[in-house]
Design a protein around this ligand. Structure first.
Ligand SMILES: NC(=O)c1ccc[n+]([C@@H]2O[C@H](COP(=O)([O-])OP(=O)(O)OC[C@H]3O[C@@H](n4cnc5c(N)ncnc54)[C@H](O)[C@@H]3O)[C@@H](O)[C@H]2O)c1
Length: 278
């Protein structure tokens, strides 16, 4: 369990804005050195200007899908700030596409960032953390959408379920190495993810009525998120959860009825006794 946050180095993807920046603020105040990786150069500049008043900060422009660049970013961060033992696989995108208009390009975009980006972070830093033997903690930002299908779209649900599954299994396998793992499963958080995701989402071949419906859904989503938790509150929650080595980090209970229904359906689907002939 990581109780000594002070002096450790944290590597945070998607750290220029939103939840990643909230996590950076909380860990900077707790005395960690902060490496931020993001595609948003201007956001990185703003974050660095703010955080460097509190702690040592290093920033790098990185698309988490780019494995070679990710290795270079990891080497660079460790050369500047020392060995990374706190890893936050947080970069992510939302996106709205009617299911009949999905394409391989959209699957690759969404799963590339939301899942492969997390795999890249784990696969690059985990062996280093294990080899150094100083323990550490990995937080995968999933979503409440990783716990039950609840209308966030098949791309997002698929990636976030996988991220939760990865955290659950990694937590078991990394425990002997003193490395804790958490799945951050926020409900609504007041960030600009809807707009940011829309700006970089590959185009889909939508009809006029579908464009109108998607626009309206984005407006509804943005309003809903604006009423959610603040990124700062989420950062503080994550800090507490890392200190206590908690597997799941929730911001609220809105997904609870969906989880209950899913668990009930799953359990009810299981046979009472094994099939005959085994
Ligand atoms: N906001 C919410 O309500 C909410 C709820 C549940 C889960 N999440 C998850 O939280 C994480 C952070 O989201 P947020 O709400 O803070 O959004 P955000 O848009 O404010 O922050 C996401 C950051 O990731 C960066 N990013 C996007 N694509 C990238 C890439 N390919 N490589 C590197 N960086 C990239 C963006 O530039 C941005 O700085 C995401 O994984 C998201 O799915 C958000």
């Amino acid at each position: 369990m990581v109780k000594d946050i002070e002096g450790r180095t944290a590597f945070i993807t998607g750290g220029a804005n939103g939840i990643g920046l909230g996590i950076a603020r909380a860990f900077a105040r707790a005395g960690a050195k902060i490496a931020l990786a993001d595609v948003d150069l201007a956001g990185l500049g703003r974050a660095a200007a703010e955080l460097s008043d509190i702690t040592q900060v290093s920033t790098i422009v990185l698309d988490v899908r780019d494995r070679a660049a990710y290795v270079r970013a990891a080497d660079d961060a460790e050369a500047r700030l020392g060995p990374v033992s706190l890893l936050f696989n947080n970069a992510g995108v939302g996106g709205e596409t009617p299911v009949e208009k999905l394409s391989f390009e959209l699957w690759d975009w969404s799963l590339g960032i939301n899942l492969q980006g997390v795999i890249n972070g784990v696969q690059i830093f985990m062996p280093r953390m294990v080899a150094r033997g100083r323990g550490g903690h990995i937080v995968n930002t999933a979503s409440a959408a990783g716990l039950a299908a609840s209308g966030a779209g098949v791309l997002y649900h698929t990636a976030k379920y996988a991220v939760v599954g990865m955290a659950e299994s990694l937590a078991l396998e990394l425990e002997p190495f003193g490395i804790g793992v958490s799945a951050l499963c926020p409900g609504p958080v007041a960030t600009d993810i809807v707009r940011r995701s829309h700006m970089q989402q590959p185009a889909a071949d939508l009809r006029a009525d579908q464009i109108e419906a998607a626009d309206a859904k984005r407006v509804r989503m943005s309003k809903w998120l604006a009423k959610g938790a603040s990124p700062e509150a989420v950062g503080d929650l994550v800090l507490g959860a890392v200190r206590e080595n908690r597997l799941y980090i929730h911001t609220d209970r809105w997904i609870a009825p969906f989880v209950e229904a899913r668990a009930a359906t799953l359990l009810a689907s299981m046979p009472v006794s094994p099939p005959e002939g085994r």
